[in-house]
Design a protein around this ligand. Structure first.
Ligand code: RB5
Length: 148
């Protein structure tokens, strides 16, 4: 599995925690910034990660900002991206099993690094269930494909 990771200035500490988790799990990853002390714009980080996941260059993407909301909104504009904004381990498991989410967003002003690490670990290691969920995801894909 190859994972792309990025944050804005509001998510730097959790991004570091996620990078340490990926190293521990021996998962290949690319850190796509930010290299920032000052304020940056989250779409400048969410969109490049989302495009590289959508293209198949990366299997998964993880984004962190202050709330996770801006990152998830931006990532979900990219065709083929199913970015889940998650702040609990139950949802981390469910969104992999049911939604086959290919991106995870979290907010550093919402949760601490310990919980973020647990969420990311569950999300990275839980398989998609397929079955009845495939039909539902198919409806989203169909909408994307027919959109003007
Ligand atoms: C930056 O101040 C903040 O707006 C950003 O990190 C994020 O929370 C946006 O959704």
């Amino acid at each position: 599995m190859k994972v792309a990771v990025a944050s804005d200035h509001g998510g730097i500490n959790i991004r570091k925690e996620i990078i340490s988790l990926l190293e521990e799990l021996h998962i290949e990853f690319e850190d796509m910034g930010c290299e920032c002390e000052t304020s940056v714009d989250y779409p400048d980080y969410a969109l490049p990660v989302a495009k590289r996941v959508a293209s198949g260059e990366f299997d998964r993407g993880i984004l962190i900002c202050g709330t996770g909301i801006g990152m998830s909104i931006a990532a979900n504009k990219v065709k083929g991206i199913r970015c889940a904004l998650v702040h609990d381990t139950f949802s981390a498991k469910a969104t992999r099993e049911h939604n086959d989410s290919n991106m995870l967003a979290m907010g550093e002003r919402v949760i601490g690094p310990g919980l973020a690490r647990e969420i990311a670990q569950v999300w990275l290691t839980t398989e998609y269930e397929g079955g009845r969920h495939a039909n539902r995801i198919g409806k989203i894909t169909e909408y994307e494909n027919n959109e003007n």
